[in-house]
Write a protein that binds this ligand. Sequence first.
Ligand SMILES: [Zn+2]
Length: 293
Amino acid sequence: MPEGDTIRRLADRISERFGGQPCTRCVTRDPRLVGLDLSGDVLVEADAVGKHLFLRFASPDGTRRTVHAHLLMDGRFVVGPASKEHTWRRRLELWFADGRLTGLDVPLLRVVPTDREHELIDHLGPDLCGPVAPDPSEVAERLRRDPEVPLAGALLDQRNVAGFGNVYAVELPFIVGVSPNQPVGSVIGLDGLLAIGTPMIRQHAAKGPRNTTGKRLATPDHFVYGHQSCPVCASLLRHWNDRDSPWGRISSWCPQCQRVDPTRSVDLIRARRLLGLHPVRRDPMFPRVSADP
Ligand SMILES: [Zn+2]
């Protein structure tokens, strides 16, 4: 499921492969794109803000327009080879000299003048995978604007900060020993969680795949997301399904390591131990603890 790091990597791949090339043929199968013909336009670049993807085009007469896509849960893009999926799933197909770009099952597609792109993202908080990493203290402040909201709900609210998806909303609370259900206003040291989550998602954006444990396995690895027992204390995990969850997404947590207390501190020593193999430990933003030299 696409999170900010996935969309950043996708935008970079599209720019590398097709940036500067004219679109030679354009087929759309989405009611919001009726009449759109990008053939003859040059793909200037692809860009990402949070989970939003922008394909910026320039036409020979100087018109600048942007295809805006949001993949939500199921959408994806195929970059390069022709897609073999059924025609009706290919909502947008663009041909370039260097291959084809196909938007499959993309639920949200539209075209806007490039100079009005910002209207689609003005409501978003700072972009975790943007050119400059947002300041963890500033993001913590935004998360605490509604102190009663559960931690996971605050992390997922893109108006607070743009880019975290559900894997991070499950894994980051576990790493620092705080429940995803803990009201965000009662989390002490919230900026420490963000000083781990920010470089982690940026590293995954620069070099995927997303792997929160840092263990070098063939497949992406997580501590509790998709698991049944706690890797620290072996307790059976508790779960929300997406219907019962107060923030509408599945969640998992350890009832021992992540108790909900009146106030609860981010445990940086636990985080350092759990992330011993993760390259995020070497990031200058990663929080130091008093035991450090
Ligand atoms: Zn546990």
